[in-house]
Design a protein around this ligand. Structure first.
Ligand SMILES: Nc1nc2c(ncn2[C@@H]2O[C@H](COP(=O)(O)OP(=O)(O)O)[C@@H](O)[C@H]2O)c(=O)[nH]1
Ligand SMILES: [Mg+2]
Length: 330
């Protein structure tokens, strides 16, 4: 694994191309890459963990990328190095908005102290990329100490992102309608900070009243595992209002969670969730690679489609085939 060693050395020295390559390796679903990817991540885990992992969610168009551009620059001004993992569910189908995201993070994208990585979701349900945890670890090993994870909020995504971040920021547009923004309990419950975006000029008064309403609603939610409830801010990535306030609040919450021991405890339970999801992924991948399954699958799919076999019966048959490798039952 000489390649892994040199990739690791380059990555640790701050070589951005090497970090990009490392993430590509981690995201690879080729069996041939699996051992190298594992070895790389194992070694990076030894030096990772010092970063603050921040989830940024909200519906498409709410202003996540634009806010990250401004917030990222603020973080850099505080002496941090910033990695952005932008997880884009539309990118796979349409080749779509990744380009848009890059242009919306134009200033950050050009900055020496920033690394931006758009990742397709890889067809995962929920829309969180398959290897986001691994990518976080690689970014931290490369010396990035503030990791921003941009995901489209759908309700399901927040829960997934919550399993890999220390703090979550939910972005909302004041007055855009709760229904439209899919504001459901689950989404609000996973937020440590809620920021109304685009609050410059005339929009500010509307946002002020939306903030009052939301404060009431947040009081009715259960508190976060940290024992807090979401704080609500008004921001504008265009005018810059509220960006420093957001940055300072996140740092304060982070410092509190470290001092109280909550962050460590939280990360331990996230490790267990990582274990579970690594097992699930491993099983799914070896199932998909299994030759016997590949052979049996088309006929069974056809039978299910034609209604001659139930989905449940077909799944049972496939799983039995997978377990036994096709050997006759004892
Ligand atoms: N007026 C205003 N427009 C904004 C602001 N932030 C983002 N936008 C605009 O909102 C649109 C969507 O922004 P984008 O960052 O791509 O949203 P995302 O899909 O959540 O990443 C773009 O046209 C931005 O220019 C803001 O603070 N004020
Ligand atoms: Mg975006």
């Amino acid at each position: 694994m000489a390649d892994v060693e040199s990739l690791l050395t380059a990555l640790r020295s701050g070589d951005r191309a090497a970090l990009g390559q490392a993430i590509t390796l981690a995201e690879s679903s080729r069996e041939a890459d699996a051992a190298e990817a594992r070895s790389l991540i194992e070694q990076c885990l030894l030096v990772a963990g010092e970063g603050l992992r921040i989830g940024i969610t909200g519906i498409p168009g709410v202003g996540k990328s634009t806010l990250i551009d401004a917030y990222g620059l603020w973080l850099i001004a505080q002496g941090h190095r910033v990695a952005v993992l932008a997880i884009d569910p539309s990118s796979e189908r349409s080749g779509g908005s990744i380009l848009g995201d890059k242009t919306r993070m134009e200033q950050l994208a050009q900055h020496e102290q920033a690394f931006i990585r758009p990742s397709p979701t890889g067809g995962m349900l929920g829309g969180v990329a398959r290897r986001t945890r691994e990518a976080i670890v690689l970014c931290e090993a490369a010396g990035y100490d503030r990791i921003l994870i941009e995901t489209v909020g759908t309700g399901q995504n927040e829960l997934e992102v919550d399993r890999m971040t220390d703090l979550n920021v939910l972005l909302l547009i004041a007055g855009a309608g709760d229904e439209l923004q899919g504001i459901k309990r689950g989404i609000m419950e996973s937020a440590d900070v809620i920021a109304f975006t685009k609050c410059e000029g005339d929009a500010r008064a509307r946002a002020d009243s939306a903030r009052r309403d939301l404060r009431g609603a947040v009081q009715l939610l259960p508190s976060r595992p940290s024992g807090r409830r979401a704080e609500i801010l008004l921001t504008s990535a265009i005018s810059g209002e509220g960006i420093a306030e957001l940055g300072a609040l996140v740092e304060t919450l982070h410092a509190g969670d470290r001092a109280s021991g909550f962050q460590e405890e939280h990360r331990r339970s996230q490790s267990l969730q990582w274990l579970d999801s690594a097992i699930e992924q491993g099983l799914r991948e070896s199932f998909q690679r299994d030759q016997g399954i590949a052979q049996a699958m088309p006929a069974l799919r056809e039978a299910v489609r034609a209604g001659t076999k139930s989905p449940f019966a077909a799944a049972t048959e496939l799983l039995a085939l997978f377990r036994t490798g096709g050997a006759p039952r004892p």
